[in-house]
Design a binder for this molecule. Structure first.
Ligand code: NAD
Length: 234
């Protein structure tokens, strides 16, 4: 049976070989910080200087020589080919880096936000951001200092694009989870929504994730090798 509707979910593992550290890999810390200190609304309220500095550092790192790798590029090329042949393709990413975008992916849903954007806490207006943000910088829309925050979904906040993601999962024939540990919900439960509608479910990861035995298939190794190889066989 031909595969028409494909949903891909990516996590930090796909960007690891580009030089961006994953999150839980070694010690449960994100770049040497506890997530409670840098990735929750409470942390931002408690210590906005630390939180802005953390994302300023992530942004500076991303813009300092980090490039999409063969896995990002293979997904973008596959999307073009598949959609030219009349198929549907949705790329959902938990990553806040812009490497899928730079590789050329187009139907992309960054469900945990984007590092290269900031937003006004009051109006929710978004602004592009490639430079460090000082805590007291006045917001461009309301001129109030301290209103700007990273456009990143923190733990305890609602992920973005959930309606589109659930719609596409409910119609997919193939669901592929790439480079994610399966620890962060709701993304970690997407394979179950796909499985419930009869989709083939596949995991591509460095090692079996928390939910590995519930996928139909799993292939393990570095993303730059296994992603291009898997896509070439579809
Ligand atoms: P995670 O760090 O919890 O898990 C990463 C997974 O990738 C692990 O299962 C690991 O085995 C696998 N992996 C490591 N290197 C790999 C490689 N070379 N090839 C294939 N797989 C590899 O990541 P997560 O599940 O995405 O959850 C982390 C959360 O932290 C996300 O919500 C994300 O927003 C955030 N985060 C984002 C980035 C980024 O934007 N690049 C980086 C770190 C954390």
């Amino acid at each position: 049976m031909p595969i028409d509707n494909i949903v891909i979910l990516t996590g930090a593992g796909i960007s690891a070989e580009s030089g961006i550290r994953t999150f839980r890999a070694a010690d449960g810390l994100w770049e040497d910080h506890r997530v409670e200190d840098v990735a929750t609304p409470e942390a931002f309220e408690r210590d906005p200087v630390l939180v802005q500095r953390f994302y300023n550092e992530r942004r500076a790192h991303l813009l300092n020589g980090i490039e999409p790798n063969d896995a990002h590029v293979a997904l973008a090329e596959f999307e073009t080919q598949h959609t030219n042949n009349g198929g549907r393709f949705t790329l959902v990413t938990q990553n806040i880096d812009d490497l899928h975008k730079r590789a050329g992916s187009s139907n992309l849903l960054p469900m945990h936000g984007e590092l290269l954007k900031i937003r006004c806490s009051a109006t929710h207006k978004l602004f592009p951001c490639r430079e460090p943000i000082e805590v007291d910088r006045p917001c461009p829309c309301c001129q109030v200092p301290g209103q700007l925050r990273p456009h990143v979904v923190w733990f305890g906040e609602m992920p973005l694009y959930m309606d589109e993601i659930e719609r596409d999962l409910s119609q997919c024939d193939l669901f592929v989870s790439i480079g994610t540990s399966g620890n962060v919900y709701p993304a970690a439960g997407f394979f179950q929504l796909a499985s419930a509608v009869g989709a083939r479910t596949v995991e591509l990861n460095l090692e079996p994730s928390a939910n590995a035995n519930q996928f139909d298939e799993g292939y393990y190794g570095p993303a730059t090798e296994i992603v291009p190889e898997f896509l070439s066989q579809l």
